[in-house]
Write a protein that binds this ligand. Structure first.
Ligand code: NAD
Length: 488
């Protein structure tokens, strides 16, 4: 089938490459000429495992081309995918200007019947808007249909997700139009859900909102675990094995970031409001997420007290592993807060440093390895859980640090292992541990310095109270002062 993909970003480029790989004739369009020139030269604008090889193979075989000429691509195609950006406005509403611009251009240039497919994430009702914009810009009436085919790929595993999606959602005005898309996706042999257009648009937002809710729920549980002396990793494991719940996305940490969840959550809250509904649950999900970076930084501040002048090594800048995408990356928030508190910052990320540089304070020193970042630092903060960090030589890292302190924003490491390796180790929803074989318990607000002294612990690894720092009052285990209370 002849296809056009409008917008050659994360979604458009991967979609174009995969459809070409399935034997279609694909033209990918972008209005950024430099991007198109680079793609023609074989250079990828984004980091995505396996993408370069797939694009190269299909360009070489003549099934995939790149152009800025949208009109020519529209004329070439039977099916036109819209995959342009849908960024948020300040009030959370989705900015549809890129979608409207390409819809107008499709209307102006279409020469015969087309199926126009919205793959961009757009609020319910946008299919109708695209229909109207195309019709308004047609020089003469030509038939067309608008389909919603939301995208569920995850950056970092985009090729795999596009080849083997859990489901393919096709929202079409008629069964016959849906069949065009069914035919296109048939070679993937994946489950397909055929709906009307508004329902397909809602499936995308409802799915992302639900996943974001799971993350914020896990973070709310983590806060309680910190207060109660429970281990959130064990808690979410115990929950996730229940088939009705499932373990995916039940991950406490620094919260969700990236180009989708934050904006899609805000957009759905906005859409609900526009339709006269207050999505209170989702507003709380977003609020919990907004607090995560500040929560971790407060733990760092009270532990290193005073933070001013201390050197902190940041491991991981991308919003998640296996991507260089810095949109809504938690690293920007964490670094901004640490910088404002006067910390000196050294940072390392395996692929995102070029994209991160313009977003971070100029004082941040970018390093060539995690070990270089840690050299002479007073603490390491793990922000993005790259595999590379799981495999670090932690004994070497410890030897390079001025003070062997780690703040793990993603619960990447086992607390017991970190203790054995001689670290003072703080994570999310778990007791902090120290090198001397005992857990650290932070102090209540207003009780003076909360900098834990090694060996000056209240609770042993079995949880029995047996020794207290002088500044702490004796408290039953379940009501001990917690990181959450101290650091909010
Ligand atoms: P992106 O910013 O990486 O890519 C959008 C591309 O569209 C850019 O290259 C831009 O130059 C191009 N563009 C903008 N206006 C254009 C025009 N008039 N003509 C031609 N090209 C134009 O965005 P993305 O991450 O690929 O996201 C695209 C859509 O897919 C968004 O709605 C997003 O919410 C959704 N989505 C993204 C992901 C993801 O993981 N990135 C996953 C699922 C859905």
């Amino acid at each position: 089938m002849n296809l056009a993909v409008l917008g050659t970003g994360y979604v458009g480029l991967v979609t174009g490459a995969v459809f070409a790989d399935l034997g279609n004739d694909v033209v990918c369009v972008d209005n950024v000429a430099a991007k198109v020139t680079a793609l023609r030269a074989g250079s990828m604008p984004i980091y995505e495992p396996g993408l370069q090889e797939m694009v190269g193979r299909n360009v070489a075989d003549g099934r995939l081309r790149f152009t800025t000429d949208l009109a020519a691509a529209v004329r070439h195609a039977q099916v036109i995918f819209i995959a342009v950006g849908t960024p948020p406005k300040d009030d959370g509403e989705t900015d549809l200007s890129q979608v409207e611009a390409v819809a107008a251009e499709i209307g102006r240039t279409m020469d015969r019947y087309k199926v126009v497919v919205n793959k961009s994430t757009v609020p319910v009702g946008t299919g109708e808007l695209v229909r109207e914009v195309i019709a308004q810009h047609q020089p003469r009436p030509i038939e067309f249909d608008v389909v919603s085919n939301p995208e569920f790929l995850r950056e970092g595993s985009a090729i795999e997700d596009t080849l083997r999606p859990d489901r393919i959602v096709i929202g079409a005005p008629t069964h016959q139009v849906a069949m065009t898309l069914v035919e296109l996706y048939a070679p993937l042999e994946r489950p397909m859900v055929i709906t009307d257009v508004p329902s397909a648009e809602m499936i995308k937002y409802a799915s992302n909102a639900f996943l974001a809710t799971k993350i914020s729920f896990a973070n709310a549980i983590a806060d309680i675990c910190e207060a109660a002396g429970a281990d959130v990793r064990q808690v979410v494991k115990g929950m996730g094995l229940d088939a009705r719940i499932g373990g995916a996305f039940l991950q406490p940490g620094l919260g969700y970031g990236g180009s989708c969840f934050p904006k899609d959550v805000d957009s759905l809250i906005h859409t609900a409001g526009r339709l006269g509904r207050d999505f209170r649950l989702l507003r709380t999900v977003a609020e919990i997420n907004r607090e995560r970076a500040a929560h971790l930084v407060e733990t760092i501040r009270t532990t290193l007290d005073p933070l001013h002048g201390q050197t902190v090594a940041i491991l991981g800048l991308a919003f998640k592993p296996n991507t260089d995408d810095m949109r809504e990356a938690k690293s920007v928030e964490v670094i901004g807060l640490l910088h404002a508190a006067g910390a000196r910052l050294r940072a390392y990320d395996p692929v995102a440093m070029d994209k991160a540089r313009p977003l971070l304070p100029p004082a941040v020193v970018f390093c060539g390895s995690p070990y270089e970042a840690a050299t002479g630092a007073d603490a390491v903060v793990l922000v993005t859980e790259w595999n590379e960090f799981k495999l670090l030589d932690l004994a070497r890292l410890r030897g390079l640090l001025r003070r062997p302190t780690i703040f793990d924003g993603r619960n990447l490491w086992e607390a017991e292992r970190m203790r054995r390796l001689g670290f003072e180790y703080y994570s999310i929803g778990r007791r902090p541990v120290s090198a001397v074989g005992e857990d650290l318990v932070p102090q209540a607000p207003g009780s003076g310095s909360t900098r834990p002294e090694l060996g000056d612990s209240l609770v042993s690894r079995t949880g029995s109270a047996h020794r207290r720092p002088a500044t702490m009052t004796k408290t039953p285990l379940t009501t001990q002062p917690a990181l959450t209370d101290v650091h909010r």
